[in-house]
Design a protein around this ligand. Structure first.
Ligand code: C2E
Ligand code: MG
Ligand code: MG
Ligand code: MG
Length: 280
């Protein structure tokens, strides 16, 4: 059999490589067609004020309904979309759709959109966001841009300049997945972020894991002293929510309040004035 046979084993390995490359190529072609065929959809996950228990807004999360494979998660296709540059077209579609859909929400609610590091290499990014806001009739203050530490690692000076322009238009800037990358305290000091999102890997382990408790507490304290809002991501239990609020985090996002839901459903959720019992 192949196991004992060196040549056979090698051939199997080669076939495996070809199969993987073939699958990748197919996925890329499918991805290229997905926008035109309207296979993408945005789901929205609410963000709730930790103290009042009221809605602040929602984060837009892309979903791909593949005609053959069904629902494909963003973790599976965003990396390939980034490598191939397709993320620019997809990201533009996400921004346009999110701004248009958020237009019908109550006036005080914001929509958060994830931006890929690749999108920051496009010199037209700021102009594109401005025209999308204008087209949707959405004030900049109702849009939040979520970036990760990876975005700051590629060209910090240019990225800060772009973020500064967006911020001048009233757009809020959030640091997503904080604590998992390389960003240092000085990053937070050098740019006026509006929000830090504490990564769910820490939130998931409070209050039972001592290290996670220390990390969440440190980030909440840091945010409070720098005047930056903090959001806990991935809150699934009452206990976690209580802990988060006690530590002074400003916002809660997670399955406890709601999973990401289609646009029609989020509009219904927003009718509830207080989805979470007030903690203070
Ligand atoms: P993210 O921006 O950090 O989004 C949070 C992810 O955590 C979402 O996964 C959300 O469904 C999930 N989540 C929220 N609450 C809970 C919870 O209580 N428990 C658990 N276990 N999970 C929770 P999703 O939608 O699969 O997205 C994964 C990642 O894909 C996002 O992480 C983001 O980095 C990326 N992504 C999603 N949509 C877009 C997009 O439109 N553009 C770009 N560039 N990236 C996107
Ligand atoms: Mg995000
Ligand atoms: Mg996150
Ligand atoms: Mg994440």
């Amino acid at each position: 059999g192949a196991k004992e046979d060196g040549r056979g084993g090698y051939r199997m390995f080669e076939d495996g490589m070809n199969a993987r490359m073939q699958a990748r190529r197919t996925l890329e072609l499918d991805l290229r067609r997905a926008i035109a065929r309207q296979e993408f959809e945005l789901h929205y996950q609410p963000q709730v004020d930790a103290r009042s228990g009221r809605y602040d807004g929602a984060e837009a999360l892309i979903r791909w309904h593949h005609p053959a494979h069904g629902l494909v998660s963003p973790a599976q296709f965003i990396p390939l979309a980034e490598e191939t540059g397709l993320i620019n077209a997809i990201g533009e579609w996400v921004l346009r759709t999110a701004c248009a859909e958020a237009r019908s929400w109550p006036d005080h609610l914001t929509v958060a959109v994830n931006l890929s590091p690749v999108q920051f290499r496009d010199v037209r990014l700021v102009a594109m966001i401005r025209s999308i806001l204008a087209e949707a009739g959405l004030p900049g203050s109702r849009l939040e841009i979520e970036i990760t530490e990876g975005t700051l690692m590629q060209d910090e000076e240019r990225t800060f300049a772009v973020l500064g322009e967006l911020r001048a238009d009233g757009i809020r800037i959030s640091m997503d997945d904080f604590g998992t990358g390389y960003s240092s305290l000085s990053t937070l000091h050098r740019f006026p972020f509006d929000k830090i999102k504490i990564d769910q890997s820490f939130v998931r382990r409070v209050p039972h894991d001592r290290d996670s408790v220390a990390i969440v507490r440190a980030i909440a304290t840091l945010g409070a002293s720098l005047g930056i809002k903090t959001t806990a991501e991935g809150v699934e239990t009452d206990r976690q929510a209580r802990f988060i609020a006690e530590e002074g985090c400003d916002q809660i996002q997670g399955y406890l309040v709601s999973r990401p839901v289609p646009a029609a459903r989020i509009a219904v959720l927003f009718r509830d004035p207080r989805p979470l019992a007030a903690t203070a």
